[in-house]
Each structure stands twice: as C-alpha cells, then as structure tokens.
Ligand binder design. Structure first.
Ligand code: NZQ
Ligand code: ZN
Length: 395
C-alpha cells in the first residue's frame, strides 16, 4: 500500500426532506447572502428551487438566483455568475442540481476572488488559492462532485473541456435526498450510474496491487451500482435503490476508493475520462454515455498489461467463474459491456451517435494529448498514437 492523504470535509445530510435544512447549513457555514444556482429548469418544475429558497429565507439568508447552466457547463455562464455575485455582494454559493451546476458553482467560487479571467485556472496559468465557500443540493447521482475536489468546465469558444482539482472545491455541505432523483429520465439514470462505476474503476485499474481494504471497498461500490441500476430503471421511485446509487456516487469520487493507490485519492488511470472529455468537448455528448462508448476499446487495448487485475475484476465484480486469468479477464469485459447495454448505454461510438472521419480521429487524439504534450493512463501509458487507435477501435 502506498502513502496517501484522505481529506473529505463535506458535511453530508442524507435522507427525505433534507433540502429543508439548506438554509441552516448555509448559516452555520457563515453565509449571509447566497447565490442559488440551477440548470435548465428541472428544479423549478419539481418545486425544489422554491423549497430551498424558502429554507434560506427562513434561516435569514438573503439570496439571488441564476439559472440556465447546461450539461457540459459553459465558461460564459460561469463568467455571468461571477459578475452577478460581484454586483450583489454574494458570500456563499448554493448549487441546486447535478454535476454541471455544482461544477459551475465551484468555478464561480474561485473566479469571484480572482482579478483575471477564471479560465486561467483551467489553462494552468494560475493556481486556486482562495474560493468562496459553497454547498449543494444534489439532484443527480453521477459525478460525485458533491464531495469531490474536481471541477470540469467547457470553453465554448474553442471546444476545450478541462478539469481542475483543488481541496478548496470540496463543498461545505451536500444535501442528498434520494427522492429528488425519482424524476431522472432513464438515460440520465443510466449515464449517471456509468459515471459512478467509472470513477471507481479508474482508480481500481491504477496498476497498484496490495491495497486490499480499498480494493474490497471498490468492489462493493461497483457491485452495489450494478445491482441497483436495473432496480432504479425498473421502478424510478424505488427509494432504497436510489439511495444506494446516490451514496455510491459520493463514495466513488470522494477519494475513498483511491486510498493507498498513492497521492490524494485521485491517483488512477483516468484514460477513459480523458478520452471522453474530448468527445464531450467536441460533440457535446453526455459524459456517462461517452465513458460507456470508449470503455470496451480501452479495456481490450490495455488488457495485455494487466491480465491479473482484469481477471480479479471479472471474478469479484462481474461474478465470472473461470479459472484461467486470460479467459476470465475477457469474459469480465464482455459481461460489463452486456450490463451497459442492459441499462441502455452505448458500447461504441456509433451507438453514441458518432461516425467519425479520419480527420476527426486525428483531431480527438491531438486534443486529448494536449496538442502532443502529454500522455495519459497509468495501467498502460498511452501516447497520442495509442489514443487515436482507441478512438478508432471504439467506432
Ligand atoms: O438542467 P436541468 O433542467 O436541471 O436538467 C438536468 C440536465 O439536463 C437533468 N437533471 C438533473 N437532475 C434531474 C434532472 N432531470 C430530472 N430530474 C432530476 N432530478 O439532467 C441533465 C444532466 O445534468 P448534469 O448536471 O449535466 O449531469 P451530471 O451530474 O452527470 O454532470 C455532468 C458534468 O459533470 C462533469 C461531466 O464531465 C459533465 O460536465 N464531471 C464532473 C466531475 C466532478 N466535478 O468531480 C467528475 C466527472 O468525472 C465529470 O467529468
Ligand atoms: Zn466522470
């Protein structure tokens, strides 16, 4: 087991009606005037925004609202939020929605206390040293952003989707009421479950062995989601299935499934995420669906470097009963793809709705390699030519 740090300061308030505590939670964190940030309107239609707003009012917290955050959240909305918060003297940010809203709030938080353009942080021209505190009311189990140190924003002017990590991004509180996820459409439910699985698998396939506590926790998280996703799809109001998925989403990306693999709990392979981010940057696809579409090609490409790890995944997660490691490993990948198909996810780019030209394959690999300046992956280090090959195999 390698040295590691585990830091997860977010106060989780989990359960029915928990959104009613939002005002008190802001107050306890010292907020006096909050930005209520939300997406395209699902929280208005469900009445959630009204309930959160009332809770702030009851706790004596003033608030200003901003909606219109879109999936693969845009830089321009972040800049609009920063300008609004400056005008209004906002001192706390409350994100009501999924990962896109939470990430936009994180970016607004660091942009608010920075004189330059907030995109500087994503281009690594500046380092996050301060941020306005934030909390969230989660409506979608997927990204784990409610406890994570990550923030992912798309610059719509150049199609670059970039992630940024800082412990200052970890929300002060995360309100999680499983009932708020009952209204999720099947596609978002399935894409969210895929993202949750991927956050644990990216760490599980880091290449690090001898991390038994973490590996068993990771396998438990994966098995939970594989068992509960079909239940939530069959009955969207199955409280226990929704609750299990919601909590698994947080555990999957708060660092727990990375402990002992080195660094801060985010050490992992992350190749599927990097390959996917370029797909959603260029084609605006749903993040979880993009991950599903590249997984099979990536797994088969890197498998020769780690047959034992893939065999363990096959046996402990996909319940494959096959004594030979090589055969078990392949059977595990196939079983995982069958699961993805069962929940309605694509297993290649065509099923994702993309038919790519040779020039587009080149472009994706060029972007994913940050214009030829970086490699990705750890279980097998991938150069630009490898990235292109995986995109090609994923067609
Ligand atoms: O905008 P509204 O109307 O609210 O609708 C949203 C949106 O269209 C809808 N939705 C959310 N909750 C709902 C609901 N519809 C009905 N009922 C509900 N309860 O779902 C759609 C997708 O929302 P979005 O927030 O975009 O989804 P998600 O949570 O999957 O976030 C995806 C973004 O997060 C990034 C992804 O790359 C992507 O940009 N990620 C962030 C990470 C992080 N910060 O740690 C890690 C991830 O790996 C990921 O990269
Ligand atoms: Zn993800």
């Amino acid at each position: 087991m390698r040295d590691f740090q585990f830091y997860t300061p977010t106060q989780v308030v989990f359960g029915r009606d928990s959104e009613q505590q939002t005002g008190q939670l802001v107050r306890q964190s010292g907020g006096t005037k909050a930005l209520l940030l939300y997406g395209g309107g699902s929280v208005v239609r469900s009445g959630l925004l009204g309930r959160v707003s009332a809770s702030l009012r009851d706790a004596g917290v003033a608030c200003v609202e901003l909606g219109g955050v879109v999936p693969n959240p845009r830089l321009s909305k972040v800049q609009e939020g920063i300008a609004l918060c400056r005008r209004e003297g906002v001192d706390f940010l409350v994100a009501v929605g999924g990962g896109s809203v939470i990430d936009s709030a994180k970016a607004i938080g660091c942009g608010l206390v920075y004189d330059g353009d907030v995109w500087d942080f994503f281009e690594r021209k500046a380092i996050v040293t301060h941020s306005v505190p934030m909390g969230c009311v989660l409506t979608l189990a997927a990204t784990g952003s409610e406890m994570s140190d990550s923030c992912v924003i798309t610059n719509e002017e150049n199609g670059k989707k970039r992630g940024l990590g800082s412990n200052l991004f970890r929300p002060r509180f995360a309100v999680m009421n499983p009932e708020l996820t009952f209204t999720l459409p099947p596609y978002q439910t399935a894409a969210g479950c895929t993202d949750i699985l991927s956050h644990t698998m990216e760490r599980y396939f880091s290449g690090e062995e001898e991390v038994e506590p973490t590996d068993y926790i990771a396998e438990g998280v994966l098995r939970t989601v594989i068992e509960m996703a079909p239940r939530a799809l069959k009955n969207p109001e199955d409280y226990d299935a929704r609750a299990a998925i919601l909590w698994a989403g947080s555990l999957s990306h708060n660092g727990l499934t990375g402990c002992g693999r080195g660094g801060n709990g985010r050490i992992g392979d992350w190749a599927c995420h990097q390959l996917e981010h370029e797909l959603s940057g260029m084609f605006d696809v749903t993040h979880g669906a993009g991950l599903a579409a590249v997984f099979g090609a990536w797994a088969r490409y890197v498998l020769p470097c780690a047959p034992k790890r893939f065999a363990r995944f096959a046996r402990n997660v996909m319940c494959v009963k096959e004594p030979d490691d090589g055969k078990a490993a392949l059977a595990g990948i196939e079983a995982f793809e069958a699961f993805l198909r069962f929940i309605g996810m694509p297993t290649n780019l065509r099923e994702l709705g993309l038919t790519l030209t040779d020039a587009q394959l080149d472009e994706l690999a060029w972007r994913c390699s940050f214009e030829g300046t970086r490699n990705i992956g750890s279980i097998r280090v991938l150069e630009r030519a490898d990235m292109r090959e995986i995109y090609r195999l994923a067609q």
